[in-house]
Design a binder for this molecule. Structure first.
Ligand code: BDP
Length: 324
């Protein structure tokens, strides 16, 4: 919100044009300060403040201090928060089209994901988000996710049988783990460490940087490279904050988000390596699975069920799969 303050100090006060107080934007972030996404969000905030000459002053709140991801999505939608970095996993509950991005093995690799999200198909996702009050300004990387657990290396789908995994808040992931013979529990990210430690769950799944930054590697040391999910993330602004901007400021904010995404992707590539080395040095056991395709082959029912429930999204799936 913009307020106008009358300068009252000094004898010329009445003659001086009243400076506008900046729009204070509050930004949600789940990760700690040194995470690639966090650094990129700070770049976004700094560039917006500088280029708008202080008309907008974004502040980033790290470590999910403003709440869980599903709550934060709601808050950005209703304008209670102004911007955020969101993963498209929890987004699926609100913007059904984004569930396509949560289908296991939907992308061949991260390069294909970038190609899709940076092109016309990415725009379709932005349009779907816009209908729900979220203006997606750029796409961040989130690598690929693999399973890790406290018990044993996973080599084949049979090794998943009977194990209890935490998943993000989305029914598709529950079905995904079911198909592998495991049990899935949706749970807030911040509760996973303790739940692994106390044996409430046997495992979870994530990329290397989050496996590292969450310290899950300390308690679940078997990380098995299944690469089953490649989920993009957005830098999203609330429609309320966006609509209040002048055209000039919209350009500035958009350009800052694109700069932030470029930085995030470069930092991400580096951090993936650093995190992998760090967790291995700390005793995590990372293994290749014996046949990655064996995991993918189990996902037929996830796709069938999804297409049956969302026939209008089948062509979007096909368009992604045929992007090369
Ligand atoms: C991380 C994502 C974050 C998710 C988290 C999770 O960047 O948005 O909340 O995984 O597993 O990789 O909940």
């Amino acid at each position: 919100m913009t307020f106008t303050r009358i300068a009252v100090s000094g004898v010329f006060a009445a003659l001086v044009a009243a400076p506008a107080i900046a729009d204070q934007w509050r930004g949600w972030n789940i990760h700690p300060e040194d995470y690639p996404n966090s650094i990129a969000l700070e770049t976004f905030a700094a560039e917006v403040a500088e280029k708008t000459e202080g008309r907008i002053e974004p502040e980033v709140y790290h470590n999910a201090v403003l709440g869980d991801q599903p709550d934060a999505i709601e808050q950005v939608r209703n304008g209670g928060l102004d911007f955020a970095n969101f993963n498209m996993g929890p987004m699926g509950q609100i913007v059904p089209a984004t569930n396509v991005l949560s289908l296991p093995f939907i992308f061949k690799d991260v390069d294909q994901m970038h190609k899709v999200m940076d092109g016309e198909i990415g725009q379709r996702f932005s349009d779907a988000l816009a209908e729900e009050g979220l203006v997606a300004l750029s796409w961040f990387d989130s690598g690929s996710r693999s399973f890790y657990n406290t018990k044993q290396p996973i080599m084949t789908p049979a090794d998943v049988e009977g194990m209890k995994f935490r998943v993000m808040n989305n029914d598709l992931y529950v079905n995904m783990v079911d198909q592998l013979g495991g049990n899935a529990t949706p749970m807030a990210y911040g509760e996973v460490y303790q739940s692994l430690k106390t044996g409430v769950i046997d495992g979870a799944e994530n990329n290397y940087p989050s496996y590292d930054s969450s310290n899950h590697f300390e308690v679940a040391k078997f990380y098995s490279i299944t690469n089953h999910l490649i989920i993009p993330e957005c830098l999203c602004v609330s429609t309320a904050a966006w609509d209040a901007l002048s055209d000039e400021d919209k350009e500035i904010v958009k350009a800052a988000a694109v700069t932030a995404a470029q930085e995030q992707r470069a930092l991400w590539a580096e951090r993936e390596k650093v995190s992998r080395e760090k967790v291995e040095a700390a005793g995590a056991k990372i293994n290749e699975v014996s046949d990655p395709k064996a995991f993918q082959d189990k996902m037929g029912p996830v796709y069938e069920g999804f297409i049956e429930a969302n026939p209008e999204l089948e062509s979007l799936i096909k368009d992604i799969q045929s992007t090369s």
